[in-house]
Ligand binder design. Structure first.
Ligand SMILES: [Zn+2]
Length: 250
């Protein structure tokens, strides 16, 4: 699994990019898959780590510093559907893939190529394919690959959240196993991201907000109707009592 990602990464980078290839080094790490891994961490792990106010150790490969593309990705300015700007040199691009190529050609010197900084290598453990909705969920489960991914996943849990570091680390360790590692089996019993993430939370808040927005005018209309109905009735009552009184006195 890891090997295939490295291969994918090198394929991605050995493709010739237009004329100015220059002396850019071959990067054996896929930017796309690293980005996917980053999104998974951001959505399904970071909210829990923030809630526990937990500091990841330098040894943890999920740290932003351990993603060689992080700095470049953070210098990607999204202006519009058809406009991306390079935060280093302010050049504009029509599509994200062009700004990616620009980074590869012009700013490759900013990549930290030290060993262990390829986030895409963790994609197997982090279920990048499931998160990217690619076909892999339909493909046949390979027990050996599942075992390998589970092992990688558990080693991440151990290095990022060592149980010996206290209750927060223990809780996050357990969460990490449920969220990512349990689903690495061919039984199909466990789904990845079972504990939810950022998206679902915001979706839920959005749904509640929309419901309140819809129900509030209905509620006021209801109040108004009741009030005007009461007013009408009291007026009617007054009229009846007045005419009754008139009839009596007559
Ligand atoms: Zn640039």
């Amino acid at each position: 699994m890891i090997q295939s990602h490295v291969l994918l990464g090198s394929l991605f980078y050995s493709r010739n990019f237009e004329q100015e290839q220059e002396d850019a080094p071959e990067v054996r790490c896929s930017r796309d898959r690293s980005r996917a891994a980053w999104k998974v961490i951001d959505q399904y792990l970071t909210p829990f780590v923030e809630k526990e106010n937990y500091q990841l150790s330098k040894k943890c490969r999920l740290l932003p510093e351990n993603d060689m593309f992080r700095d470049q990705e953070e210098h990607k300015i999204y202006l519009d559907r058809n406009e991306w700007r390079c935060g280093y040199c302010k050049k504009s691009f029509r599509e994200e893939k062009f700004i990616d190529q620009h980074f590869d050609k012009r700013h490759y010197n900013l990549l930290d190529l030290t060993h262990g900084k390829c986030l895409a290598d963790l994609c197997g453990a982090l279920h990048c394919d499931a998160a990217m909705n690619s076909k892999s969920s339909r493909s046949k489960c390979n027990p050996e690959a599942a075992a390998r991914n589970r092992h990688l996943c558990e080693s991440l849990a151990d290095s990022c959240f060592p149980i010996s570091e206290g209750p927060s680390a223990s809780r996050l360790h357990e969460l990490f196993l449920h969220q990512f590692c349990e689903a690495h089996s061919c039984s199909g019993k466990h789904k990845p991201f079972s504990r939810g993430g950022k998206d679902q939370g915001s979706f839920f808040r959005l749904a509640v907000g929309a419901l309140v927005l819809v129900l509030l005018p209905v509620f006021y209309l209801f109040l108004y109707l009741i009030q005007s109905d009461m007013k009408g009735r009291t007026q009617e009552l007054r009229r009846i009592s007045k005419s009754g009184w008139k009839a009596k006195s007559a």
